[in-house]
Ligand binder design. Structure first.
Ligand SMILES: [Fe+2]
Length: 298
């Protein structure tokens, strides 16, 4: 087995001492840190569960047919959960509180995004990462940048807030990989342009929710080529990082190479942000790929 090239976790992860989600904690104005591909880690920022919410730390609440328990926005609808009406109301309230606290945190850390950050799905993942049997393309234990076949982002950024609420001391174990530009250069030469008319056809047939731009095509290719490349998975630049229970972390998951290697009981909030509203739009995957390919991609 090839020895992995090392990525220094200290180069990728920036750690902050904040212990509150609200405005009384010190860190703010760190847009350029997260935009340059760092993971912002908060080892003292726990998402607190009420005593009667601890019962939800059990996979039995997750519908086995669904990927996660989630609350969708703007409707606020709870999906993927099993339980009585009362139980589901309490479960939803817990997830909504995570959404609200994450949003307060994001707007404090990134005041430049105020008025532009859009709330995406909030998910609660009570199941073990490695318990899911999946195809290689859906295997998130392989390093990847986030890109979705049916949900083209058209350049819109994916900012994610995670929180490990494991009650038995188990960390969320991740691998982190090389910087986005180096990763794009690794595969870009082999990626062909999409077939003319294919984006129109996929939208028309309901395969994609909206037009799959060339940006989405390239991002999906990067996602798939990295996951299919076992030499890269084993021997590519990477670092192991553990997020202990009580830790929250914030990352652009469309930019930072990541893999979830283990852990159970986590919350995740997705935010969407148009490239134009970044502090430094040129650091985005869209602008990076356009610079490398010498043409607009959307
Ligand atoms: Fe991912």
């Amino acid at each position: 087995m090839a020895t992995s090239e090392l990525v220094d976790p200290g180069d990728v992860v920036r750690t902050y001492d904040d212990d509150s989600w609200a405005d009384d904690a010190p860190t703010r104005g760190v847009e350029t840190v997260v935009e340059s591909g760092h993971v912002l880690a908060f080892p003292r920022l726990a998402f607190a569960l009420a005593d009667d919410e601890r019962r939800f730390l059990d996979p039995k609440w997750a519908d086995p047919k669904a990927k996660n328990v989630s609350v969708r926005w703007p409707s606020g609808e709870l999906r993927g959960a099993l339980g009585s009406a009362d139980e589901l109301r309490a479960l939803r309230a817990m997830i909504v509180r995570f959404a609200e606290q994450s949003e307060a945190l994001a707007l404090r850390l990134f005041p430049h995004y105020r008025g532009h950050l859009r709330r995406g799905n909030t998910s609660f993942r009570p199941t073990d990462v490695v318990a899911r049997v999946r195809s290689w393309r859906q295997d998130d234990t392989r390093l990847h940048v986030d890109a979705f076949p049916s949900n083209p982002m058209q350049g819109t950024r994916l900012l994610r807030v995670f929180s490990n609420v494991n009650p038995s001391g188990e960390p969320r174990r991740w691998r982190l990989g090389e910087p986005f530009e180096a990763h794009a250069r690794r595969y870009l030469g082999a990626i062909r342009r999409p077939l003319p008319g294919s984006a129109w056809l996929m939208h028309k047939a309901g395969i994609t929710k909206r037009h799959r731009t060339e940006y989405d095509h390239v991002m999906l290719q990067l996602h798939d080529r990295a996951k299919a490349d076992l030499d890269f998975q084993r021997g590519g630049p990477q670092a192991r990082v553990d997020f202990a229970p009580g830790t929250s972390w914030v990352v652009y998951s469309d930019q930072v190479l990541h893999a979830a290697m283990g852990g159970q009981h986590m919350f995740e909030q997705t935010f969407l942000l148009d490239v134009e509203h970044l502090r430094e739009p040129e650091t985005s995957p869209l602008r990076t790929l356009e610079r490398l390919l010498h043409r607009p991609l959307r």
